[in-house]
Design a protein around this ligand. Structure first.
Ligand SMILES: O=c1ccn([C@@H]2O[C@H](COP(=O)(O)O)[C@@H](O)[C@H]2O)c(=O)[nH]1
Length: 277
């Protein structure tokens, strides 16, 4: 199998860099006339995939909106993931995992082992327990040709204070993460590698952050419901052309929740996001 970076690069060129988020909250399902059940959550994801004719570079189901139903919700996200991957759509599960080394490895097996029922292409992680604690997770992901997106600068305003706090060596936490991520990516070779980063489209300090991550894909949430635009991504992350993926979740319903409405919205967002190539 080609590496995650190679697969994602090819999809971006083919379909645009737009990452489509699947966040089936009760409110969102209601606005699509779907039941607030695991089946409703699956049907919503399927509707979005069909509206896009499966022509998207990355699908990002938010695990929390499936997990809220318990085991039936997990089954629903598994079925959605299987459907998407069968149709060659790459899946990034937004689970923001992160724990001590042994537990991190167990999480990674759940997404990247050959026997798991929830095999995905990439997962989001956080590093509050330290990036080094994430290494076993990273090793399992790279061996399986999977990707990992580490939260570096989140799109929510509450994240700023913690992520820009100074460490003993004078670096901010975010700068330290960029350096450590780049060290690990460089070990894999030249060019884009498997450790990506989450940098919010809302962050006014995004330019320097993405410059310090030259070998990472950048997932940029915050477009739409959180107030940023795809033009903001272009303005705030000029050095990330060709490797930044704006994410839109709630706002894919901006024109309504029927298949034809979602199709119109996704096509328009994909057109706009091609400016980022
Ligand atoms: O910094 C972050 C990291 C992740 N997210 C997730 O992305 C989507 C955004 O949803 P919108 O409806 O497009 O606002 C959601 O699943 C978040 O958990 C983020 O927003 N910011």
């Amino acid at each position: 199998m080609p590496t995650f970076a190679a697969r994602l690069h090819q999809k971006i060129v083919e379909h645009s860099p737009l990452c489509v988020g699947i966040d089936p909250s009760a409110a969102l399902l209601k606005s699509c006339n779907l039941p607030d059940t695991p089946d409703g959550a699956f049907e919503f994801g399927k509707r979005v995939l069909e509206a896009a004719d499966y022509r998207i570079s990355l699908l990002k189901p938010q695990s929390a909106f499936f997990e809220r139903f318990g085991s039936a919700g997990l089954k629903a996200v598994e079925e959605l993931t299987t459907l998407a991957r069968r149709r060659e759509v790459l899946v990034l599960l937004d689970g923001k995992r992160g724990d001590i080394d042994t537990t991190g490895a167990a999480y990674a097996e759940g997404y990247f082992s050959t026997t798991t029922t929830l095999r995905v292409d990439a997962v989001t992680t956080h590093v509050y327990l330290g990036l080094a604690a994430l290494d076993p997770f990273l090793d399992i992901a790279v061996r399986a040709e999977g990707g990992v997106f580490v939260v570096v600068r989140s799109s929510n305003p509450e994240g700023r204070e913690l992520q820009t706090a100074r460490m003993a060596n004078g670096e901010t936490v975010a700068q330290n993460l960029c350096r450590e991520i780049t060290l690990r990516n460089r070990k894999q070779g030249e060019g884009l590698q498997y450790i990506g980063a989450v940098v919010g489209a809302t962050c006014d300090d995004a330019a320097a952050t993405v410059e310090a991550l030259p070998q990472s894909f950048i997932l940029a949430p915050g477009v739409g419901a959180q107030g940023a635009t795809i033009q903001d991504v272009l303005k705030r992350m000029p050095s990330a052309r060709g490797r930044v993926l704006p994410n839109v979740s709630r706002a894919i319903l901006a024109n309504g929740g029927e298949v034809s409405d979602i199709r119109t919205t996704i096509r328009s967002l994909q057109d706009q996001s091609r400016e980022l190539l």
